[in-house]
Write a new protein. Structure first.
Length: 180
């Protein structure tokens, strides 16, 4: 191989790697999760975002494309969202003072977004609420997300207090890197 060819090949690989990293820092095989919990004295609001990179989006698109025309319509996306919602809910656990909190769906959406190499990504957003009776004046919260634990991807949990509430001794962040 000539020196100029090797240099061009290296430049192409470097540019390709940069494009992939800028779209999904951990690669286009990832399923990423963001959770924001706003805790109050008797209720919590949860925003749960699932960001599927290009490859998992392609895989899931095969299930969602009901008419097999290669194009996901809004109706197909919404039907897919209805299909996957129970599974995502099953993987979310919120407990207060050791007692499980029943999360109730208050909103959901799914969107296609442009991805790398002409592919697209899927973004699923859930808005949830849960009411509880705290056993103490300083209730202890525990949140668990067991969705897609076998897949690479970032997982971010942010805890924010509702008005009049203080959060302390948290292992979660008060502000997010992505703040979805």
């Amino acid at each position: 191989m000539g020196g100029a060819f090797r240099w061009l090949l290296l430049a192409a690989i470097t540019i390709g790697a940069f494009v992939e990293v800028s779209a999904h820092p951990l690669g286009n095989f990832t399923i990423n999760h963001f959770v924001r919990i706003e805790s109050g004295a008797a209720a919590a609001r949860v925003r749960y975002v699932v960001d599927l990179a290009e490859i998992p989006t392609f895989q899931e698109s095969q299930k969602a494309d009901l008419d097999r025309d290669g194009n996901l319509t809004e109706a197909e996306l919404n039907a897919y969202l209805d299909q996957v919602t129970p599974g995502y809910f099953a993987g979310l656990k919120l407990m207060v003072d050791g007692a499980p909190v029943t999360l109730r769906l208050t909103g959901k959406s799914i969107t296609k977004q442009p991805g790398a190499a002409g592919l697209f990504t899927l973004r699923i957003v859930y808005e949830l609420t849960g009411e509880f009776a705290a056993a103490t004046a300083t209730p202890r919260f525990r949140f668990e997300n067991t969705n897609s634990v076998d897949r690479a991807g970032w997982r971010e949990i942010v805890v924010a207090p509702a008005s009049g509430v203080n959060v302390f001794d948290s292992t979660a962040f008060g502000g997010g890197v992505t703040d979805d």
